[in-house]
Ligand binder design. Structure first.
Ligand SMILES: [Zn+2]
Length: 318
């Protein structure tokens, strides 16, 4: 199962205790999956349609819990959407339908048509209810990418008003959700790993949160090891190119003046460097007699460099 599928499975099993939270979650689910249709008698009935059977079951549980309504599954007609088979539930009776629509505070028009987001709704005033609403919206039309591949959380909305409504709810928890227009839909997304962790937490997906955190920590460790390795490689490169320059300088002095023309200390360092091109300054220092520290060796090599530069200048003048 995909990471997204696991998160949804966990969330569809999560049940709220408080009635206000149940209503908020149901509001998000009905807003995304609900529509009004007329039955044979011309009465309006609420249909809930989703490709995810667990989500339909969740709607049924919430309807039973908050309204004591037993919705029925319509299985006599198989409806296929772009992504596969759809599952449809029906709320029996026009009175029940209106009762539910009024309680979950969605915008609707009789006798038939889609159900809309009610911007003025007070249903998401409390923190707990906003969490429940975000969970419902994510269950109905959200997805989250496999954290091994990257961090991306999104919920797709057919209209901008609803996308902005949920964006405001998510932002109220300090999470930076953005909206982008994609093929006539409004996609709300969050791309930052730690903010996705926060989102999972506030929706109540504790197991998924734990998994994501583990992957994040592993990834960060891997990155920091890579950084260290790169950094060491860069230092080695620096050492090597410094040694190449030193050897060039020493060869030039040898050619033009001879190494014996130098002072005892400089001659020793020059010969050792030619003999041990890979040695570090500290190692060269240990080989000298008497031994010299790293900065002493550095000083002598710099002196050799200056001598070589003087020789080069003289050569150019001639
Ligand atoms: Zn609540």
């Amino acid at each position: 199962m995909s990471f997204s599928g696991m998160v949804k499975k966990e969330l569809s099993g999560y049940t709220e205790r408080a009635r206000h939270c149940c209503l908020a979650e149901l509001s998000a689910l009905i807003c995304a999956c609900g529509s009004l249709e007329q039955d044979q008698n011309g009465d309006s009935e609420l249909l809930i349609r989703t490709e995810n059977e667990a989500i339909l079951r969740k709607c049924f549980t919430l309807l039973k819990k908050t309204f004591n309504i037993k919705a029925v599954v319509l299985d006599e007609r198989d409806i296929y959407t772009r992504r596969g088979k759809a599952y449809t539930g029906r709320i029996p009776g026009p009175e029940e339908t209106i009762r539910v629509l009024e309680a979950v505070k969605v915008a609707y028009e009789l006798p038939a048509g889609p159900v809309g987001f009610d911007r003025s709704s007070l249903i998401t005033q409390r923190d707990c209810c906003r969490r429940a609403y975000i969970r419902g919206a994510f269950l109905a039309s959200g997805s989250i990418s496999d954290p091994e591949k990257g961090y991306h959380f999104e919920i797709v909305f057919p209209d901008e008003v609803r996308a902005q409504g949920v964006q405001a709810m998510i932002r109220s928890f300090g999470i930076d959700a953005r909206i982008v227009l994609r093929k006539k839909t409004f996609v709300l997304y969050v791309k930052e790993g730690s903010q996705i962790v926060d989102l999972l937490g506030l929706m109540g997906a504790d197991t998924a949160l734990f998994d994501l955190e583990n992957i994040r920590i592993l990834k960060e460790m891997r990155n920091s090891v890579n950084r260290k390795v790169n950094c060491e490689a860069a230092n080695i490169n620096k050492t090597v190119s410094a040694a190449v320059k030193q050897i060039d300088d020493i060869r030039l002095i040898e050619k033009l003046k001879g190494l014996d023309s130098l002072s005892e200390g400089l001659t020793q360092v020059a010969r050792l460097r030619l003999q041990y091109p890979d040695a570090t300054l500290k190692e060269l220092g240990c080989m000298l007699d008497p031994q010299v520290g790293k900065s002493g060796v550095n000083h002598r090599l710099r002196r050799l460099g200056e001598l070589a530069d003087e020789l080069r200048e003289k050569e150019e003048e001639q």
